[in-house]
Design a protein around this ligand. Structure first.
Ligand code: SAM
Length: 358
């Protein structure tokens, strides 16, 4: 059959821990970057089949998702999060798959919210948000990012490929704002010829709402989404298109290493962001580590292999040993995939976004 049928498990290879002897002391990686953010995937399952992320021909009814005992437990996640906090992380983002599908997620949120000095956020497709926003806030979640690719119900249903209605996601965004999970960020992945007509309606609708729309370049994550450079709408074009109707001015980043480039409406009615992973790589300031659903640590979204922290936990390793492993892994890190991307690298068997966490 075609190249597209790839057993994802083939790509979930683990790497041996780096040797500590050859590494310089200190907390920075080989390119001088600190560890600041931890993304945790709490499930590899999703109720959407977004065509660019979990295409149905790969993630069909027979697809083998991880069995329950392979997932990190809430206690294991909390333990790792605390160890990571000791390495300076300031922000945790829960993701997936669809994180709100993980049963009793509020319990995990309450456990993570008890860690001092960490901002706790979550990325969701919004499908269950109207029901869950209040409980998430009450558990201690600070903010949410909602993925929404179009304000045209027909285009939206086609892109999520689960026939999920737009109105329910919009209700989820309202519920999140009402619950105080604000400012709500709204992520739109732009794919040439698929939803580029939704760029302006999206900007118009959320201008003045207090929500921040972020336009994301379609990326070659994973190996199943059939990525081609021609499908990417460069951020510069998006800014030009919006700015022609609603004048924009550049804004400084909120903090060093912020992924989105910020623009404000010249009339003061809010801001947008663009995330240009393809056309303007931001590897140089990347401070993110990613913990997969089954406890593999990845130091890049475009990784082909990770480090198996779950085995360490389940074989009885003390916190000090886990901490030392994280330190070695981070200090050996030299990833800068987006800076060296070519048509050939785009075809390599990278980890799927739904597994590693977006
Ligand atoms: N299910 C949640 C959601 O929909 O937000 C969290 C996981 S999802 C993988 C996280 C984000 O990754 C979403 O905003 C999604 O649109 C984005 N994403 C997935 N595949 C992508 C790709 N190939 N390029 C750019 N963004 C992508």
């Amino acid at each position: 059959m075609t190249e597209r049928i790839i057993r994802i498990s083939d790509a979930r290879r683990s790497k041996p821990l780096p040797d500590s002897g050859s590494l310089d002391a200190g907390r920075l990686d080989t390119l001088g970057r600190a560890l600041r953010d931890l993304r945790i995937s709490v499930t590899d399952r999703c109720n959407f089949r977004c065509v660019y992320c979990m295409p149905k021909d790969v993630f069909g009814p027979d697809y083998a998702f991880l069995p329950r005992n392979e997932l990190l437990s809430f206690e294991e996640i909390e333990r790792l999060a605390r160890v990571f906090r000791g390495h300076g992380i300031e922000k945790i983002r829960l993701t997936g798959g669809e994180p709100l599908l993980r049963r009793n997620l509020e319990r995990l949120i309450a456990m993570l919210a008890a860690i001092d000095g960490v901002e706790l956020t979550l990325t969701t497709n919004g499908s269950l948000l109207a029901r869950k926003a209040r409980a998430l806030k009450a558990a201690g979640l600070h903010r949410v990012t909602v993925s929404l690719d179009s304000l045209d119900d027909r285009v939206f249903r086609a892109m999520n490929d689960a026939d999920f209605p737009l109105a329910d996601v919009l209700a989820g965004i309202d519920a999140a704002a009402d619950a105080g999970l604000a400012p709500v960020k709204i992520n739109m992945v732009v794919k040439r010829g698929v939803n580029e007509d939704s760029i302006l309606p999206m900007a118009r609708r959320f201008r003045g709402s207090g929500h921040v729309v972020r336009f994301i370049e379609f990326m070659d994550v994973g190996a199943t989404n059939g990525w081609r450079m021609d499908d990417v709408v460069p951020s510069a074009e998006i800014v030009r298109r919006i700015g022609a109707e609603m004048p924009l001015e550049p804004l400084d980043p909120n903090y060093a290493g912020e992924v989105a480039e910020r623009w404000r409406y010249a009339d003061g009615s809010g801001e947008i962001g663009v995330i240009s992973s393809v056309t303007q790589a931001f590897c140089r300031t990347c401070t993110r580590a990613r913990l997969s659903t089954e406890g593999m640590l990845y130091t890049c979204l475009f990784a082909t292999a990770g480090y198996d922290l779950r085995s360490m936990l389940r074989s009885g390793a003390p916190d000090e040993a886990v901490s030392s492993a994280i330190s070695r892994i981070w200090r050996a890190r030299g990833d800068r995939y987006s800076e060296i991307r070519t048509a050939d690298t785009a075809k390599s068997r990278k980890i799927e976004m739904s597994y590693i966490g977006g």
